[in-house]
Design a protein around this ligand. Structure first.
Ligand SMILES: [Zn+2]
Length: 190
């Protein structure tokens, strides 16, 4: 389903990902969850941008303050906020890892000007502002990051760990089940 507020963002016409199936239709609950995650990441980003420190601890503090603010505003429960923090740490880590592996081409893909609204755009700005400080964010860069059905993540390409099917997320979304085999575990790339 097309959402006019969240334009398609990732274009890499020279890669086979563009030939993959469109994402499955999101339920209203899933759309709402994705929208909350977008707001959470954007608020974390604003708080992070306003601070002096740009390291991992500052990022943690920014996420915690965003969680507190949104919990106080009744947008989500404290527990949901903790879950969103976990999702955001993972998306940051996955993006950082991809930038490390692919260098300039990933930086180009993730350039804020190329991204529309949504969490991925906010995250890209964080990476740009933080530079080297966040590059040292990782404590477990060796282990592959997994995404499970029902979790929320930013735009990107999910690859089913069971059958290799690719599912493209054009904006922040709840991770679906694999449309081909019903698998629930994925790896992500841009
Ligand atoms: Zn599959």
């Amino acid at each position: 389903m097309d959402n006019p507020e969240k334009p398609a963002t990732l274009e890499r016409p020279d890669t086979p990902e563009t030939a993959s199936r469109p994402e499955t239709q999101a339920t209203p609950e899933a759309e709402q969850k994705a929208g909350l995650y977008d707001r959470f990441v954007e608020l974390s980003r604003d708080i992070f941008a306003a601070g002096q420190d740009k390291g991992r601890e500052a990022m943690e503090k920014a996420m915690e303050r965003a969680r507190e603010q949104m919990t106080a505003a009744g947008e989500f429960t404290s527990d949901q906020g903790e879950t969103f923090k976990r999702y955001m740490r993972r998306d940051l880590e996955q993006t950082r890892e991809e930038m490390r592996q692919f260098g300039e081409s990933a930086k180009e893909t993730l350039h804020p000007a190329r991204l529309g609204a949504g969490a991925l755009s906010s995250l890209s700005k964080i990476m740009k502002a933080a530079g080297h400080a966040l590059a040292e964010l990782s404590s477990k860069a060796e282990s592959a990051l997994e995404y499970e059905s029902g979790e929320v993540t930013m735009a990107g390409t999910l690859t089913c760990l069971a059958c290799g099917e690719k599912v493209q997320l054009r904006h922040t979304a709840v991770v679906p089940e694999c449309p081909k085999c019903g698998g629930t575990r994925f790896r992500k790339s841009y």
